[in-house]
Design a protein around this ligand. Structure first.
Ligand code: NDP
Ligand code: X2W
Length: 309
């Protein structure tokens, strides 16, 4: 028998992507809401409580409200918004970080799906802390390139408008006040003492992300060369089917080669004094709907990559 799932926010950017992935998933049946009722509370509530897994693909406040509609104790909620990512009653949905993370997801009824920039940052920094290479007091910085789909329907419309400003032709830095909404989860999940100095940049292409963390080897707690770091991270993620580790042979690293996939590749670049770790993935894939399906698979007792590779 197929598992029943429901997507609240199925008409949004993340909701649509999720719907596509789940339509091709052999083990699930999507409970669809009719277009005219998709914001009707009673109908949403009915479907949510009928589903084994509910995905919230909504703005933060709407996600908080939606959680209150679920009364069925067997329903698992996977929230794609920022609302619950640092809530101790919710499990952070990043199974590759450790066997314990994966185990907690398998048994969870409330799962917070990671933010896209946060996925890139945490994929690189969590193992560095865990392996003792940097201390929690290391002065971390990061910059992160994203396609404009990261801003949802509103930003997609701005970028695709006929008479848009020429300013959209160039990369645009944002989050200039160092208050980006992913900073709390970056700190909460990795255990670093303070959030990184974080510089996100939105660029004129649809989807794809490259999150870069510069590292100065003289500040490491445990001294490693670039090749040793590459080997340690490769070993760390050896069982992760959606994460690979490598180094780039050419001098150019694009941000969109993993667009339309659910995978993340962690690049180790630089030299023995100054290194960069760069996570390349799809903000809509491993950064959103791909991770949500991966978490659902674990909850349903399936292989985590079912429908994703
Ligand atoms: N885009 C991305 O790369 C990522 C997004 N996320 C997160 O996923 C969530 C959704 O983002 P995204 O898909 O980009 O946003 P969109 O704006 O593209 O979609 C949001 C959807 O939610 C619907 N909606 C809004 N309020 C309500 C409500 N009260 N009840 C029911 N439906 C409602 C909207 O309806 P309508 O169509 O009528 O406007 C829209 O369809 C956000 O929390 C976002 O931060 C997470 C990771 C990556
Ligand atoms: C280009 C752009 O604006 N991107 C969004 C990221 C969207 C996203 O992933 O938000 P959550 O994962 O937190 O839900 C931003 O940086 O705020």
């Amino acid at each position: 028998m197929k598992h029943k799932v429901y997507i609240d926010g199925q008409a949004g950017t993340t909701g649509l992507q999720l719907r596509q992935k789940l339509q091709n998933h052999k083990d699930v049946e999507i409970l669809l809401i009719s277009e005219e009722l998709r914001k009707d509370e009673a109908e949403r509530k009915r479907l949510m409580n009928e589903a084994e897994v509910v995905f919230l693909c909504l703005p933060d406040d709407a996600a908080r409200e939606a959680v209150k509609l679920v009364e069925n104790p067997n329903t698992c909620i996977i929230d794609a918004s920022t609302a619950h990512r640092t809530d101790p009653d919710w499990v952070y949905g990043f199974p590759e970080l450790s066997p314990l993370h994966k185990e907690k997801i398998r048994h969870a009824k409330r799962i917070a799906n990671p933010g896209c920039h946060a996925t890139g940052f945490i994929a690189a920094v969590y193992p560095l802390i865990r392996l003792g290479i940097i201390g929690t007091d290391y002065p971390l910085t990061a910059h992160s390139l994203t396609g404009y789909s990261g801003g949802g329907k509103a930003m997609i419309a701005e970028y695709e408008a006929e008479n848009r400003s020429p300013l959209f032709d160039s990369p645009r830095q944002y989050g200039l006040g160092q208050q980006h909404k992913h900073l709390p989860e970056m700190q909460y999940v990795t255990g670093i003492d303070t959030p990184p100095v974080f510089c996100p940049i939105v660029v004129d292409y649809y989807s794809g992300m490259a999150t870069c963390i510069p590292l100065i080897a003289s500040l490491f707690k445990k001294k490693v060369t670039k090749d040793e770091l590459l080997a340690l991270l490769t070993e760390y993620y050896k069982d992760a089917k959606l994460i690979s580790v490598g180094t780039e042979e050419t001098n150019f690293l694009a941000s969109n080669p993993l667009s339309d996939t659910n995978e993340l590749k962690l690049y180790v670049e630089g030299n023995d004094e100054r290194m960069t770790l760069i996570s390349v993935f799809d903000n809509l894939g491993k950064g959103a709907s791909g991770a949500a399906v991966e978490n659902m698979n674990l909850v349903l007792g399936l292989d985590e990559t079912t429908g994703l590779l």
